[in-house]
Design a protein around this ligand. Sequence first.
Ligand code: B16
Ligand code: MG
Length: 220
Amino acid sequence: MIKGLIFDLDGVITDTAEYHYLAWKSLAKKLDIEMDRAFNEQLKGISRMESLDLILKHGNKENDYTEEEKQELATQKNEEYQHYIEEITHDDLLPGIERLLKEAKEKGIGMALASASKNGPKIIRQLEIDELFDGTVVDPASLRAGKPDPEIFLKGAEILGLKPEECVGLEDAEAGVESINAAGMFSVGVGSEAAMHKADYIVKDTKELTLDRILKAAEK
Ligand code: B16
Ligand code: MG
């Protein structure tokens, strides 16, 4: 029986991907590296430092910076990103998400956040949904390995006091779906059939995410 929903943030609850893209693009420009939206797809769901490494590699500059300089570059990107997320409000919840969160709360389904973003707690406060995730946000700084490793979703289940098979994980990134599957949970993928082909259940849009549909699919 499903007793918990474990949510990714960027791309499932709200769309912060555009802000990540703008902030990375501006940093890449300073470093004389070209990056477009197609390349940006690879950065979804992966950590800040892993994203920087991919961008440097993309520009053939992976050996040009010390660890300390890379930390500084990542900080610059994050400062710009934080300016963008200041603007987030409750209205930035993706379609259907508010209803899903309400339905889950009413039915006593546990909810946890499994986002790779260290800005997650601030974003859910801006969205005014932080009370629904009180004490159930996995701290990405505590992880040994990021997505596609199952650790982040397993920690989410542990925080909820549930077994992995009692949880559904919701993701929009391929690495995230792999993480849910490896955790032994039912995976819901938001996106195209092609991008989400590893998910147990696929919806094209968050609008289609109702608790009823998710539970029916997971408990089949
Ligand atoms: P931060 P998610 C991920 O969020 C983003 O998809 C990814 O692009 C970003 O690099 C990562 O968070 C880290 O974010 O720099 O704020 O710590 O999809 O796991 O909710
Ligand atoms: Mg995501």
